[in-house]
Design a binder for this molecule. Sequence first.
Ligand SMILES: [Fe+2]
Length: 199
Amino acid sequence: MLSNNKDYLIQNWFSSPVYSAFADEWVEKLTPIIMKQLDSENINKNRFYNGRTTHSTNNNLAELTEFSEFTESLKSHAKIFIDELGYDYEKISENFKPYYFATELNKGSMQERHIHAFQLSGILYIKVPENSAPIQFLDPNHIREYMDWPIKDYENPNTFKTVNYKPSKGSLLLWPSYLYHQVLVHQVNDNRIGLVLNL
Ligand SMILES: [Fe+2]
């Protein structure tokens, strides 16, 4: 007899892990530094509608000394994640190339489905007004697009092809960089600020 008094076992063998933790202690320290970057003349306003980002400005925030203490903390989160997934943190971290950029979403801002060309990616939410746009993760297993079984139990995670994560100030997410994600349209008048992380 197996678990749950059933004589069979169903296992999920190919998972898409997303790590979440609360890193609120960094919000206050990093907010003025991030705002200074977003307010700089060299800011990128073209990447998403109505938003601002330091992405593609040749300004890698991870290279600023103000972020070096944060990078050590981020690596300790990454180590927990990678260790628990069964991979070799020591070898993987040798190839870390930290690249951070700040993002500001304003009303109407969104970002279409994409991946990042790193090992681990993530975000630290710095400012999140109520009803901010969620980040949506998409099933990387594309072959499932060809298997459209009708769903009976929408609460069953096996049926999910997308997962929406509702951000909150101080929450930190990390995921393998191959995981597709997008940001749905930000519909509120206040801005949402995040520090996007890549290792
Ligand atoms: Fe992204």
